[in-house]
Design a protein. Structure first.
Length: 364
């Protein structure tokens, strides 16, 4: 038997500090033939100095940097493939520019979706999408609660929307969203409920909350006769396929659905290792097709529309292509007469408040 050739050596710069950066460095170092160099500082000068050496073939951003789009551009211009191994909240415009840059420079720029963005997602997409699909999604529910590594609501929502859109196989036509709670100190939303309506009748619901104490991250995909459940935090059965309620027959009140089959895939640590291995393979081969910035841009575009809906009190909006939305449907209140100080002895008229579409009564 011929001896298997050793993989070509490759050096990757891991930018960042903290537990997440350490975990990413270990995962990449665990791939055969990979050498790691660490760059703790994230300033532009430090990054430029590192890139000017011309030694590493790829850069992995594993903790926040001051200007991520510019840092990615600098790395790609220096002929580095890029892994963004953290949640991000870039605008759809920024992400489209990153996708264009990757195509022009023929470099891979990969955004790691997180715990659900692995072979479980690929397996479910194969089962539910394309002409050979076994089941068609009718309803998708994404739920994430608790503090996930200090990520913001925007960062988590965009990551989860990326997964939902991948499972739905397309973009929604309409979006509505509510922010049921805001932070008492900052006034910023720390929970969101988003509903996506797709042409053809399917619906997706996404709930993200930073304030609930229980840490959860799961997605349920309801198809005809089956419900597929992806649980990022359940290492015993991270993927389950359950019979729909109408196919299970009578059961005791409160009894959980019967699990038809379980797929006990690898845990989160192994997931990070598999993501690292896939990125290294793309970097070695120079596979620019591994770039997924366009998918992230789509998720950001949906979230931007959701944010606009929140600002309008949950108004159902068409998905915006360029940030333009229909005129807000806010009630127009007009003060018709009354309320000023009296200038003579006659009594002041009563205050009359008229809502949109109504007119004050005319005097005889």
């Amino acid at each position: 038997m011929a001896k298997q050739e050793a993989p070509r050596a490759i050096t990757i710069t891991v930018v960042g500090t903290g537990a997440e950066a350490d975990q990413q460095a270990r995962a990449l170092r665990g791939v055969d033939g990979v050498e790691i160099e660490r760059l703790a500082g994230a300033s532009e000068d430090e990054l430029l100095e590192n890139l000017s050496r011309g030694h590493a073939r790829a850069v992995a951003f594993a903790s926040p940097v001051p200007d991520l789009p510019n840092a990615i551009k600098r790395a790609v211009m220096a002929r580095r493939h890029v892994l963004v191994a953290m949640p991000v909240a870039l605008s759809s415009k920024q992400l489209r520019a990153i996708d264009d840059l990757a195509a022009r420079r023929e470099q891979a720029i990969v955004f790691d979706y997180g715990s659900l963005g692995d072979e479980r997602l690929a397996f479910v997409r194969k089962m539910t999408g394309g002409p050979q699909a076994l089941w068609r999604p009718r309803y998708i529910r994404s739920l994430r609660t608790g503090a996930h590594g200090g990520a913001t609501l925007d960062e988590l929502a965009v990551a989860d929307l990326g997964v939902v859109l991948a499972l739905a196989g397309g973009m929604p036509s309409r979006v509505s969203a509510f922010a049921p709670r805001v932070d008492d100190e900052t006034g910023a939303a720390d929970a969101a409920m988003v509903t996506l309506s797709f042409d053809g009748g399917s619906v997706a619901q996404l709930d993200v909350s930073l304030v609930e104490p229980m840490l959860r991250q799961e997605i349920a995909i309801a198809c005809d006769g089956r419900t597929i459940v992806l649980d990022a935090l359940d290492q015993r059965a991270p993927l389950q396929i359950q019979a729909a309620a109408r196919h299970r027959g009578p059961q005791a009140a409160g009894q959980w659905a019967e699990t038809v089959s379980e797929h006990p895939l690898a845990d989160a640590g192994d997931r990070t290792a598999r993501a690292a291995s896939a990125f290294v393979a793309a970097a070695r081969s120079g596979d620019a097709a591994a770039t997924n910035a366009a998918e992230m841009a789509n998720a950001a575009r949906v979230w931007e529309t959701a944010r606009e809906s929140m600002a309008r009190g949950g108004e159902l909006l068409p998905l915006s292509a360029d940030g333009a939305y229909p005129e807000a449907k806010r009630p127009v209140l007009q003060l018709i007469h009354g309320g000023g100080r009296r200038v003579d002895d006659r009594p002041a008229p009563e205050l009359t408040l008229v809502a949109r579409g109504e007119h004050p009564p005319r005097s005889a």
